[in-house]
Design a protein around this ligand. Structure first.
Ligand SMILES: [Zn+2]
Length: 101
């Protein structure tokens, strides 16, 4: 195990609901109109201090999507998921956090 390195964000931020690690700046918020089985969820442009789990096809309220769970680097709890759009030479992903604080 390497030393835990967490990025500290400036300004207004959203943090992990479990351990308060910084996850995203308010400026990166795209949409609050997401829902999951845990309740409300927010879509962001970019998030920090997370690691991404394996990609899988999952049935969401909007249909079947390629998604990967994202985990807090500090407490290892699931904090959301990423939608992943696979293209021929690249992939586009959009992180969604489960109701961050
Ligand atoms: Zn955490």
């Amino acid at each position: 195990m390497g030393r835990l390195y967490l990025i500290q964000l400036d300004g207004r931020i959203y943090s992990c609901r479990h351990c308060r690690s910084h996850l995203a700046q308010c400026d990166e918020l795209v949409s609050k109109s997401f829902h999951c089985r845990h309740g409300k969820a927010y879509l962001f442009n970019t998030v920090v201090n997370v690691s991404v789990g394996p990609l899988e096809d999952r049935m969401m309220t909007t249909g079947k999507h390629a998604v990967a769970d994202i985990f807090c680097n500090s407490c290892q709890q699931v904090v959301g998921w990423k939608y992943v759009l696979l293209l021929k030479h690249t992939s586009i992903s959009s992180p969604v956090l489960i109701k961050p604080q």
